[in-house]
Design a binder for this molecule. Structure first.
Ligand code: F6P
Length: 545
């Protein structure tokens, strides 16, 4: 089955939403709260350890009903079934999209071209488990018979961002192994990492789905050369493992087949942390925690697949995002976790969201006539409050913002956690309520300002408010809740892609730059600048001087 190709802007629901928007454009969320004592109950979803409160949005019951009509009209339900059941919905690459199968239960059946892939997934999971245990317990040793102390993940994009984000997020659960990430082709990056390492006690995990990525292969070669300054060629087998679909290329690189963890072409790089791509996660937080991460994601998969759309967290988040993107014209969304542990969540989701939905051609082959692909950005609170919140509060742009907070901290420092969370609650309230003229004036009076000074300052001190936010309040940051949280955003991406009528699982847009970089590298190596636009030729000649 292929996905429906309905242009959303031609649907009845879209037309109704357009008309409805005229009524809602200048609506006051604050007024909607004062007119409806049960607003928060209406726009709230509780699921396991999660609460999604989306009442602080520019939506009425009618808005949500119309957005749900849109979801029905583009046949979202059928699309979800096609996604989970292994249909080749990544049509431009003729592949299924099955990161959800990686966290399926052992007795689940997921068919790809008639073959159940779950037993194979579980076989690889068992290999990850035994490899992890051997490294963590010091059973597998390095070439001088010393236990491993450090793990280096060599990969880029989806082969780096997911593991790096999770390892950072779950550092509370970490064991004694130090972990490092080398991604950029910038030689300074790899050198900065190498200088911290002892070749005798370091394990290198080369992660590349294709095993053709310039950055990863260059870094892997540089690291192997450095390693061979202290070790012999046959020692490589003890210190280098790979995760890839391309067994041939990995063996050509010199890694024995027994040291290759497979992945599958039906797993997209940016959704691959649940596969052996997450080997470094398993190594540093232990296989049990890695498995709990998968379990949390699987439970969110079940929620997404089986819950009515009006109580479905990913569906509601996606529909709200469509509302702001396509009717209010919002271009960006901010994501603010109130925990330092999630500092890499926004960069990680930048790939997920922008590589997936940054497309301008519809599934029918025509250029779309509406906005797609939200720009996502963010930093943890409270740091972000002291950096860019000014623009969210008083700038000219509409920036719908997700606030993610946890009821409990991991170390249980109540004083800090209460301060952190009071900021979390205060920010969404301030963004909603703002501060009007009379409130500002009474503050001026109390402060004893002269009327001249007060008149001058008044417009600058007023906060319009009415800024939309979602609040995700979660019990505690655990491997399970992290897995579920990431799965929420994965499914939000899917729903938006379905509605926008685009193919979310290819990434042709990153290819052109790669091709040009290769031909420019040939010119740099030969010292001969060929035909370019005059700006590029000028810059290349300057570089070669
Ligand atoms: O940036 C493009 C991309 O193909 C990503 O989608 C992918 O995550 C990354 O490159 C790395 O690819 P690979 O795992 O094949 O090295």
């Amino acid at each position: 089955m292929t996905l429906d190709t309905t242009n959303p802007s031609g649907t009845v629901a879209w037309q109704k939403l357009r008309t409805h928007f005229e009524k809602m454009e200048n609506v006051s969320i604050k007024e909607m709260f004062s007119n409806d004592a049960s607003r928060v109950e209406k726009f709230n979803i509780e699921w396991q350890d999660f609460i999604l409160d989306y009442s602080k949005n520019k939506v009425s019951e009618e808005t949500v009903a119309l957005l749900l009509e849109l979801a029905e009209e583009v046949e979202l339900k059928g699309a979800i079934d096609a996604y989970f059941s292994g249909q080749a919905i990544n049509q431009t690459e003729d592949r299924a999209v099955l990161h959800t199968a990686l966290r399926a239960k052992e007795n689940d059946v997921v068919l790809v071209e008639g073959v159940n892939v779950v037993p194979e997934i579980y076989k690889v999971k068992k290999d990850i488990q035994s490899f992890t245990n051997e490294i963590v317990n010091g059973v597998r040793k390095g070439f001088t018979n010393k236990a491993f102390t450090d793990v280096v993940n060599i990969g880029i994009g989806g082969s780096d961002l997911g593991p790096a984000m999770v390892v950072e997020a779950l550092q509370y659960y970490k064991n004694h192994l130090n972990v490092h990430f080398v991604s950029n082709v910038d030689g300074d990056h790899v050198n900065e990492v190498i200088k911290k390492l002892n070749p005798e006690t370091t394990l290198f995990v080369i992660v590349s789905k294709t095993f053709t990525t310039q950055e990863t292969l260059s870094n892997a070669e540089t690291i192997r050369e450095w390693f061979l300054q202290s070790a012999k060629k046959e020692d490589v087998a003890k210190h280098f493992v790979a995760v890839s679909t391309n067994i041939k290329k990995v063996t050509e690189f010199g890694i024995a087949e027994v040291n290759i963890f497979p992945m599958w072409d039906w797993v997209g790089g940016r959704f691959s942390l649940w596969s052996a791509v997450g080997l470094s996660i398993s190594l540093v937080v232990g296989f049990d925690n890695f498995n709990k991460l998968l379990k949390g994601a699987n439970e969110m998969d079940v929620h997404f697949k089986e819950t009515a759309f009006n109580k479905n967290i990913p569906v509601i988040l996606a529909l709200l995002s469509i509302w702001y993107n396509n009717f209010y014209g919002a271009e960006t969304e901010a994501l603010i976790p109130y925990t330092q542990y999630l500092q890499k969540l926004a960069p990680y989701l930048q790939q997920g969201i922008m590589e997936s939905n940054g497309k301008s051609v519809g599934r029918d082959g025509n250029t779309v006539n509406y906005q797609t692909g939200t720009i996502i950005w963010g930093e943890p609170g409270t740091n972000s409050q002291h950096a860019f919140f000014q623009l969210i509060h008083q700038g000219t742009k509409l920036i719908p913002t997700d606030f993610i907070g946890f009821k409990k901290s991991l170390y249980g420092n109540k004083d800090h956690h209460d301060k952190l969370m009071s900021n979390f609650f205060a920010q969404t309230e301030a963004l909603l309520m703002g501060k009007n003229e009379s409130q500002v004036k009474s503050e001026f009076e109390k402060a004893g300002l002269t009327s001249e000074k007060a008149d001058f300052l008044l417009p600058f001190k007023v906060f319009e408010g009415n800024k939309p936010t979602n609040t995700l309040l979660i019990e505690k940051l655990t491997p399970e809740t992290l897995g579920a949280l990431v799965a929420i955003y994965e499914h939000k991406i899917f729903v938006q892609g379905v509605i926008w009528n685009i193919f979310s699982y290819d990434q042709w847009g990153v290819e052109l730059g790669k091709q040009l970089a290769n031909s420019i590298l040939t010119e740099i190596n030969s010292g001969e600048v060929k035909d370019h636009d005059s700006s590029t030729s000028f810059l290349l000649r300057e570089y070669l001087k």
